[in-house]
Design a protein around this ligand. Sequence first.
Ligand code: NI
Length: 393
Amino acid sequence: MIDFRAQADALSEKLIARRRDLHRHPETAFEEVRTAGIVADALRELGLEVQTGVGKTGVVAILEGSQDGPTILVRADMDALPIHEENDFEYASQTAGKMHACGHDGHTSIALGVAELLSARRDSLAGRVKFVFQPAEEVGRGAQAMVDEGVMRDPRPDVTVGLHLWNSLPYGEIGIADGAIMAGATVFHVKITGKGSHAASPHLGIDPVVCAAQIIGAFQTIVSRNIDPMDTLVISVTKVNAGDTHNVIPQTAELTGTVRAFSRQVRDLAFERMKTIAEQVAAAFGCSAELHYEHLTIPVVNNPQTTEKLRSLFLTQPEVTRLDVNARTMGSEDVSLFMDDIPGVYFFVGARDPQQTEYYGHHHPRFSFDERALVLGTSLLTSAVASYVLSEG
Ligand code: NI
């Protein structure tokens, strides 16, 4: 097996320069025009067949090997967040109110690094690599937009791999767990309708605010009473809207929130119960309630065989000091759509910035990461893909 460490190391300056350039010019969901342009140019320069405008601002490129073999999908996300950067690096965001605060600038740079290393070995590739540079991960819609435009067809990938720079782990540690590692996310709304009245005469109305409070509390019993204690579920009501002033009982109350689960079964059970609770608690209070929801992402599920294969590969890299085989989060990621019904692995590359005395996590205005992880990420991702398609020693 070829050791890609030295090659990735030789790309170090380029990986960092590219990441910093993207960091200076962050673009949010479906507006990644400059970023997509840079990605497409770099891939064309490597001689890849490039398709742009996939799912609005996404880029797909195929690296075709010299012999036939499997198709491996490599996914990177390109979007930034609507956050105003508080770092004062020389390469800090130059766009007010926008920032790469999750590391997607790094993911884009890493995937371009992988494309460069593998395209240099085209003659020894048996199969092909499909590079997918995705827009709008942060709003959970970019992957779907690309899937809707056929990214999983012609050719359909046999395996999907991807990574996330991960600041809860230090440099050198890799999070790579089996099974569900990130939750599916669903957004929900409940509209409760009662009957408005003067606040001094509650008996003449039907108060939707009191009813909403009961529903919020009752939702939490789904987690504690309905779900198998060995399963995991989060139900968070994050927005409560009702009324305009102190002396009027409003006509309606509205709740918004998110549900996170590691399986569709748990998620579906949660919604079955939420509907019953919303409607029947409301009825008990003389109100009516309507529950609406939209599944944004499905859980990210690592295939056990593929995961095991990559773990043994990563353990041979001296820079990898520890594999965290329990790395899981209730956060969500729409990479799951590229792994649906296809064996895949999504892993976390430890990247906590040792320069920062205080810890600032992903999506914080002072987020930053250890740039050594760009080299390690490139070498691990290249090795992972090569283990499927590289025919030489
Ligand atoms: Ni992210």
